[in-house]
Design a binder for this molecule. Structure first.
Ligand SMILES: O=C(CO)COP(=O)(O)O
Length: 252
């Protein structure tokens, strides 16, 4: 089912005490007011997931991880499995983020395996796609995003899309302060829905929640979320301050 979501990707930030403060800060700010129909998702480093889900359960928000292993279990030093993440009470997992593609060599085929692994363990993948600046300037952004979607999601049945979130994150907008314009975001989100319809059917297109990510903040969220195909945001920097993050939640 398509829904409104605001998700915070903390990336590799916060010590334990800082994470605790931020989680309680978010909980407090949400108590002061929030729209009923927006799901709030917090994605801290995996180390803090159990703590986060404890706070989240009491304050009606959800949690997600930032990555998982494509393997089930076993001798994979340093990896974290889907079952482990699910056992903390987390409901979501960010997969295919451009930072993982760039710094850790993740590619669509591997990400596709991780998506299936997430679904197998009842985690909702937030699949990130988006072009780099060169690709946009060359007019290849639609082609790039279509390929990322068809390659990584090719193993899914049409029914799975009710349990998949897509985040369009143009790489040139991530952490740069340069946001996609509301028109650019809407244009790409509508295109993603068209791609989903043509590869997986109308249901997949209508069921899938599509978030925008890339320098989304309290000042520009309202304009971005006002677009018919923008179902919410995946927030990086602005999710690290409780007040800013909850302002974004209240931008619908
Ligand atoms: O990468 C992002 C979320 O996953 C976006 O990061 P910023 O909001 O810091 O640009």
């Amino acid at each position: 089912m398509k829904k409104k979501i605001v998700a915070g990707n903390w990336k590799m930030n916060k010590t334990f005490k800082e994470a605790e403060d931020l989680l309680f800060g978010i909980a407090d700010a949400l108590i002061s007011g929030r729209p009923d129909d927006v799901e709030v998702v917090v994605c801290p480093p995996a180390l803090y997931l159990e703590l986060a889900t404890d706070v989240a359960t009491e304050h009606d928000f959800s949690c997600g991880a930032q990555n998982l292993s494509e393997h089930e279990a076993g001798a994979y030093t340093g990896e974290i499995s889907a079952a482990m993440i699910r056992s903390t009470g987390a409901a979501y997992v960010i997969l295919g983020h451009s930072e993982r593609r760039t710094y850790y060599g993740e590619h669509d085929q591997l990400i596709g395996k991780k998506i299936l692994q997430a679904l197998r363990h009842e985690l909702i993948p937030i699949y990130c796609c988006g072009e780099v600046l060169e690709e946009r300037e060359a007019g290849r952004h639609f082609q790039v995003v279509e390929k990322q979607i068809s390659d990584a999601l090719s193993g899914l049945d049409a029914d799975a899309f009710s349990k998949v979130v897509i985040a369009y994150e143009p790489v040139w907008a991530i952490g740069t302060g340069r946001t996609a314009s509301p028109e650019q975001a809407q244009e790409m989100h509508a295109f993603i829905r068209k791609v989903l319809a043509s590869h997986f059917g109308e249901h997949a297109a209508n069921d899938t929640t599509i978030l925008y990510g890339g320098s989304c903040n309290a000042a520009n969220a309202r304009e971005l979320f006002a677009n018919p195909d923008v179902d919410g945001g995946l927030i990086g920097g602005a999710s690290l301050k409780a007040e800013d993050f909850v302002k974004i939640v209240n931008s619908f």
